[in-house]
Design a protein around this ligand. Structure first.
Ligand SMILES: Cc1ncc(COP(=O)(O)O)c(C=O)c1O
Length: 347
């Protein structure tokens, strides 16, 4: 018998949500104008404006890296910098794409729980050298929500950080690759999490929550929106068959599908993390606030996990477990039991 592999590598390992597959099939009938000049994209624009409770301009995209690169390029100056947490996705996992798109320097600003801290941001702005031609001039603050370690900025933290940034002329970009997980965890609205907290541009991901390569760049400022079609084209990001991304995004936000899936994924991670953290020697590297768990385990537990039917990523000494909405309960129980048994704890 083939052993099942319980997959905790990423939420990206999931298939496509059936509702979104249906939306794709519906969009597959007949023809539609290319490059986003189609009814699916217009319907998606209206849906996003409802969701965000104000007119917004939305660009359908296929990768989060592309959305981040174009978003930051829309803000960039020729001699600028982007402030972000050192662990931010744009700084670690995008192979320099933000630098390529913007020509800017990324500057790390520390803070606890893998988030840019208020004091740290204030200090970075105070020592940035505004007006000094020997120094790069910060033009944007990137906030990854949730962070790459699955932690969340509170609405108050977002407001405070945005105010500090805006006061020095920076714009605020939110990398929301797991936007639904953040909204689900904070119990707020999409508007509250973004423009009402001072976010100017949002990279919104749906792929990790059941879509087929469907992401969006959401712009809350019309002047910025006007620049984006050029930056997208120059950056190779304009989709000729945009309707297939737009149709998914329209369906994704048409009801509670996006929230239901994210809530289930978050719940799975919370339950598994609680059980694992109760074991002696198991250490959570970051508070578990969405669907990602970062753990440090005693060597014997790690060795047991490696030889079990589990797939997961190791990041140096830590392991990362990411839960999907449809994470198999049996897989979560077996993973817990595997660690428990390796640590000699009786059930
Ligand atoms: C926080 C964050 N931002 C951006 C991305 C980039 O998305 P993509 O892999 O679609 O380029 C990811 C993907 O893992 C992510 O986790």
């Amino acid at each position: 018998m083939i052993q099942p592999v319980y997959d905790f590598r990423s939420d990206n390992v999931a298939g496509v949500a059936p509702e979104l597959m249906e939306a794709l099939q519906a969009a597959n009938l007949g023809t539609a104008a290319p490059y986003g000049d189609d009814d699916y994209t217009r319907a998606m624009q209206r849906r996003f404006s409802e969701l965000f409770e104000r007119p917004v301009t939305v660009f359908p995209m296929s990768t989060g890296t592309g959305a981040n690169g174009v978003a930051l390029a829309a803000l960039a100056s020729a001699y600028g910098s982007v402030l972000c947490h050192p662990t931010a996705h744009i700084n670690v996992y995008e192979c320099g794409a933000p630098e390529l798109f913007t020509g800017a320097k990324l500057v790390g600003v520390g803070g606890g729980d893998f988030k840019v801290g208020e004091k740290e941001l204030a200090a970075a702005l105070a020592s940035a050298g505004f007006g000094n031609p020997t120094r790069v001039q910060p033009f944007a603050l990137n906030l990854t929500q949730p962070t790459d370690f699955g932690t969340l900025y509170s609405l108050q933290e977002l407001r405070t950080l945005s105010e500090l940034a805006h006061a020095r002329g920076l714009r605020v970009h939110m990398d929301g690759a797991r936007f639904a997980n953040a909204v689900a965890a904070l119990g707020c609205s999409a508007a509250e999490l973004t423009w009402r907290c001072g976010v100017d541009l949002l990279s919104l991901g749906a792929t990790k929550n059941g879509a087929l390569n469907a992401e969006a760049l959401v712009v809350f400022d019309e002047a910025l929106a006007a620049r984006i079609p050029y930056l997208m084209k120059r950056g190779g990001q304009v989709l000729s068959k945009a309707r297939f991304v737009s149709a998914q995004l329209e369906r994704y936000f048409a009801d509670e599908l996006w929230l239901r899936r994210a809530q289930a994924a978050n719940r799975n991670a919370a339950g598994l993390a609680e059980r694992l953290a109760s074991l002696p020697g198991v250490e959570l590297v970051a508070p578990v606030q969405v669907n990602m768990i970062f753990l440090r385990l005693p060597q014997r537990a790690l060795a047991a996990l490696r030889s079990g039917p589990f797939a997961f990523y190791e990041l140096g000494e830590d392991i990362r477990l990411v839960c999907r909405d449809d994470q198999e309960p049996e897989g979560m129980s077996r993973l817990y039991d595997c660690v428990r048994a390796a640590l000699g704890v009786r059930s």
